[in-house]
Ligand binder design. Structure first.
Ligand code: GLU
Length: 479
């Protein structure tokens, strides 16, 4: 039988890191077992669902490299089917109309609170006669449909991550509401637990992998599966993502949407790689830098931890820097080019852009670090105090003058790394100047300080962008 997994996001907000990690685990497992990865958009909360969020979720999945099979299913298009199934449950006596008013429910809650009890419906309308139902309807009372939950029932399943899970019917909050309020004999809009079972069955889902916050829903859903005579899928509940204080990662932790990570300068491959290890501890991986393709070969749900997974910026940053380092320079320079473009900086040539990329990539953690790292190659930096102090040395000024003269003389000659080294060596020999002084003086002229990337490689770039001479001239003028 074909193995089928799904992500069932509610489009009520931007694509969240928790949903993305659930998507990733589903996708990885589908690859591992040769199954399909499907999408169902759970858009039946009409007030909060927005098509811009559906778009954001699908774009985020694509950005992360999580391709889905088949056209996504829209839950809102299946409401009449959900209602048909509710009708079936009504007809076979597994569900009933409940006319309890909002006020009556509040009273019951209040009573339970006073007694220190958890909220639980008292199933007061489970056994209404036809006459009583007629009476409520003629009074204009609305009703929800409730699914009978047997208090004595023990619900058990073998979770692929957590092993055997047991749940008591009496701990499920009383008979379960399947649909929103409606008047007369109408059935109101179906709710999550009913819709999810009907749709997972319709989509032939064989494995449900979702967050641990759904464990009690699974217990409820198993009862609905049984009442509708549907085949049960295998269930797995993944650990939550926690912040550094061990609390569920939330908006307060500054970034939670996948867009935030993209905008901060994380590469999709790095973020996906990091997320895979967020709660998954493989027995066989000796390296944590692995492509999704490689991870999918060794991935197994049984290697997912039960305990919450702590989110670590340090680890994510480290993984991102590794991906930047290992990326082909041509490809990386294409990405960085967009950052330069946003700053209004124009590289003189593609070759120059690639050389600059090679020069800075080892010191980048985030893509946006490219801005700071490459800034001195586009804008002439001011000379800082340490630079000015260094230039007080009379040999420094002499060094810069000699280099400048040599460059002006050799103006037509293309300056590459060899040529640059040759100029330093010759001036040092001929004028008895220390190479260190020559190099440091030049560094101040180029970068305004004594730090910066490799000098000879930088010089080649400054020469190509025709700013080596002007930088030395400017420096000499300022001392
Ligand atoms: N729409 C639900 C959510 O976003 C789906 C849960 C499930 O996978 O069944 O939490």
């Amino acid at each position: 039988m074909e193995k089928r997994l799904r992500l069932a996001p509610s489009p009520t907000g931007l694509f969240h890191i928790g949903t993305a990690r659930t998507a990733l685990f589903n996708w990885l497992y589908a690859q591992k077992i040769g199954g399909k990865f499907l999408i169902r958009i759970e858009d039946t909360d009409f007030l909060r669902s927005k098509s811009k969020y559906t778009k954001n979720i699908l774009e985020g999945l694509k950005w992360l490299g999580l391709k889905w099979d088949e056209e996504p299913v829209k839950q809102s298009e299946r409401i009449s089917i959900h209602k048909k199934n509710i009708k079936k449950l009504l007809e076979c006596g597994a569900a009933y109309r409940c006319f309890t008013t909002e006020d009556e429910i509040s009273e019951l809650r209040e009573e339970q609170r006073n007694k220190g009890l958890p909220p639980k419906h008292d199933n007061r309308h489970r056994h209404l006669s036809n006459e009583e139902i007629e009476k409520f309807i003629s009074q204009g009372r609305s009703s929800v449909i409730r699914f009978k939950i047997d208090e004595e029932k023990q619900i058990t399943w073998v979770d692929q991550i957590r092993g055997e899970i047991n749940w008591q019917g009496k701990d499920l909050g009383g008979d379960l509401v399947l649909s929103r309020r409606a008047l007369g004999y109408e059935i109101g809009d179906p709710l999550y637990n009913l819709a999810v079972v009907v749709d997972d069955n319709f989509m032939n889902i064989t494995h449900v992998v979702r967050g641990e916050d759904h464990i009690s829903n699974t217990a409820k859903q198993i009862l609905i599966y049984e009442a509708l005579n549907f085949k049960l899928p295998k269930f797995s509940h993944t650990p939550l993502i926690l912040n550094s204080e061990g609390k569920k990662l939330s908006k307060r932790d500054s970034v939670t949407s996948i867009d935030d990570f993209r905008d901060m300068g994380y590469l999709p491959e790095a973020l996906a790689n990091y997320m895979a290890f967020l709660g998954w501890s493989p027995k066989s991986a000796d390296n944590e830098i692995l492509s999704l393709d490689k991870i999918s070969k060794i991935f197994d749900l049984t290697d997912i931890n039960k305990a919450g997974a702590k989110f670590s910026w340090d680890k994510l940053n480290w993984i991102n820097s590794q991906y930047i380092k290992n990326m082909k320079s041509g490809e990386l320079s294409g990405i960085i080019w967009k950052y330069w473009d946003n700053m209004g900086w124009e590289p003189p040539s593609q070759e120059w852009a690639i050389k600059l990329t090679i020069l800075i990539k080892d010191s980048m953690t985030l893509l946006k670090d490219a801005i700071d790292q490459s800034k001195p190659f586009f804008l002439i930096p001011p000379i800082q105090k340490e630079g000015l102090d260094f230039l007080k040395n009379k040999d420094s000024k002499a060094s810069l003058k000699l280099i400048l003269n040599e460059l002006i003389e050799q103006n037509k000659v293309k300056l590459d790394k060899e040529k640059a080294k040759e100029i330093i060596n010759e001036i040092s020999k001929m004028h008895n100047l220390k190479k260190g002084i020559l190099m440091k003086s030049l560094r101040v002229a180029f970068f305004g300080s004594l730090s910066g990337p490799d000098l000879i490689q930088s010089w080649e770039l400054f020469s190509e962008s025709k700013s080596d001479i002007s930088r030395i001239e400017r420096c000499l003028k300022s001392i």
